[in-house]
Design a protein around this ligand. Structure first.
Ligand code: S3P
Length: 173
């Protein structure tokens, strides 16, 4: 179905932002990262949002961000923060307005990419341990939300973007 958003989901470090930017460039579309929308709504960075309102405060803003981006009449490429699809309303909106592609990679690959967790509050202290725990909790949710899955393990950005766009074209046809 022409006009659907291309939506990328998956754990932190899966490459949603990098691959999403590349897909948007190739599709001549705007790219939106839900984290950037949340930061814009709050007027403060992600770590401060977590400090001020905890994860529930962040998730509430994230729900508003998802509603905003899904409502765009122009089809977008949307990279979702890793926990976006934990919310049933977000899952419903994203699946209805877009083709949802799960970028999947093994935890050691994700851990290598995120390093010490950087600006991600949920990875503070022990990124590898947190990713292992989150993978167990979230894998069934990613699987249930995605229309298709692309493995990003040892493939470069251009190769992952090829696979994502193939999956997107195949699913929306
Ligand atoms: C989160 C992922 C982050 C960001 C926030 C929470 C999560 O986005 O939304 O730190 O719950 O997985 P990225 O997946 O883009 O790093």
């Amino acid at each position: 179905m022409a006009g659907k958003h291309l939506v990328l989901i998956g754990l932190m470090g899966a490459g949603k932002t990098t691959v999403g930017g590349e897909c948007a460039r190739r599709l001549h579309r705007d790219f939106v990262d839900t984290d950037d929308v949340v930061v814009g709504l709050a007027g403060m960075p992600v770590e401060e949002i977590f400090r001020a309102g905890g994860e529930p405060g962040f998730r509430e803003l994230e729900r508003n961000a998802v509603a905003d981006v899904c409502a765009s009449p122009a089809p977008l490429v949307i990279a979702c923060g890793g926990g976006t699809v934990l919310d049933p309303e977000n899952r419903r909106r994203l699946r209805a307005a877009g083709v949802v592609v799960w970028l999947r990679a093994p935890v050691p690959v994700l851990a290598a990419r995120v390093g010490d967790g950087g600006t991600r509050p949920l990875l503070a202290g022990d990124a590898n341990g947190s990713l292992t725990r989150l993978e167990k909790l979230r894998e069934p949710v990613y699987e249930a939300t995605a229309h298709c899955v692309v493995d990003t393990g040892d493939v470069d950005v251009a190769g992952v973007a090829d696979a994502v766009l193939r999956a997107y074209e195949g699913t929306r046809a």
